[in-house]
Ligand binder design. Structure first.
Ligand code: 1CP
Length: 347
């Protein structure tokens, strides 16, 4: 049983069935390069992964956007690629270019990965969660996260970000059984990783499936819905009341199926999801989160104000969490974020 809504932080109320006005707000990538205070800690850390694995520094950057804007939730500072790194794959973040991994292209290469080797690195992330929870006021919730098996696999196989995820899609077609072994391994280690975050103090979880949209229907079922359902089931077996938000970016009209079949408690809607769908059938089925275009947050002004008003009008009376349709981009002026929070709270 979940506690009654009144005793919950604002962020968790939609999951207890409440349509709050104003809605809770947090933003994907709310910690990051658009904030000068982040850039300064990032520089001190040296490498990006050192930042992720140093609890004093990772907890500090988790809290920075909460101090500055008073969001309703903090999201653990880490990255979806902590999982392949902890498994023993070589992962580096190249300044200005993004992540680079030594690609895994075939079944035989899975022997390079070791699930039991992940513990010591995961422990450092769990320590960050515990520290943040200790420092955060009771009315701000803490969100833990991981990448969905499909999206993490696209980086592990491709070796870097790509527009079409061709390397992973090709492997999945060529050798579905071998690719399934990689996905199974990711389900197993991600369930442990999320469970550890909950034990350390995370009060909700988000599963980022940033590249869910690159698959045709049957493959979407096999590599997005099925492993996500398994992951949700595994986490819920240990922590039955933890709210889990799925973010199947690009799922489009398949988002409703995704919600129904995976057992998530909420769905993150990307920028392209029509308001009529987000506030219509999706909101009738689950908690919805979204979906302001991150580029409108860069533009600010009249255009942003109009769209924020349209989103808020559409979701009136629904269980809703305000967010962007994808992460904050580095060129975002910090004062536009302050204005957005003010606009959402004015409703
Ligand atoms: O130099 C830097 O400081 C690196 C920039 C950066 C940051 C701030 C990266 C590299 N990751 C992060 C943090 C991060 N990543 C968080 C922290 C919490 C917060 O939101 O504030 C989270 C939740 C992520 C999740 C993440 N990482 C996703 C899923 C969401 C999404 O954006 O689609 C993905 C795909 C990644 C991989 C990744 N990490 C970093 C980059 C630049 C990328 C994308 C690479 C690519 O596809 O080219």
């Amino acid at each position: 049983m979940r506690p009654p809504a009144e005793s919950l932080p604002h962020f968790l109320r939609p999951f207890a069935g409440e349509a709050t006005t104003p809605p809770p707000i947090w933003l994907m990538r709310q910690a990051g390069r658009y904030l000068p205070e982040y850039r300064s800690v990032r520089e001190k850390a040296g490498s990006f992964l050192t930042l992720c694995y140093t609890p004093e520094l990772a907890s500090e950057v988790t809290l920075q956007p909460i101090r500055r804007y008073g969001f309703d939730a903090a999201i653990l500072f880490a990255d979806i690629l902590v999982v392949p790194d902890a498994l023993g794959q070589t992962v580096a973040f190249v300044e200005g270019e993004g992540p680079r991994l030594e690609p895994i292209r075939a079944d035989a290469e899975l022997a390079r990965l070791n699930v039991s080797a992940t513990r010591s690195k995961y422990e450092r992330v769990f320590e960050t969660v515990a520290r943040v929870r200790q420092e955060l006021s009771r009315d701000v919730a803490l969100i833990g996260f991981c990448g969905a098996p499909w999206t993490v696999a696209t980086y592990m196989v491709g070796g870097q970000g790509s527009a079409d995820q061709a390397a992973a899609r090709a492997w999945a077609y060529r050798d579905p059984r071998g690719f399934q072994r990689l996905i199974d391994l990711l389900v197993e280690t991600s369930a442990y990783y999320l469970g550890g975050q909950v034990k350390a103090g995370a009060q909700a979880l988000q599963i980022f499936d940033s590249w869910a949209g690159s698959l045709p229907d049957d493959e979407f079922q096999r590599w997005v819905i099925a492993p996500t359902k398994l992951l949700v089931d595994r986490v819920k077996a240990q922590h039955p009341t933890i709210p889990i938000i799925g973010f199947p970016r690009g799922a489009g009209s398949r988002a409703a199926d995704y919600v129904k079949q995976t057992g998530v408690d909420g769905v993150g809607c990307d920028t392209a999801m029509p308001l009529s769908v987000m506030a219509g059938p999706l909101a009738d089925a689950t908690v919805v989160q979204g979906n302001l275009d991150p580029l409108l947050l860069v533009a600010g002004g009249e255009a942003m104000e109009r769209r924020v008003a349209a989103i808020l009008a559409a979701v009136t009376g629904k269980r809703f969490i305000f967010n962007l349709g994808h992460g904050i981009v580095p060129q975002t002026p910090p004062e536009h974020v302050a204005r957005l929070v003010e606009l959402v709270r004015k409703t």
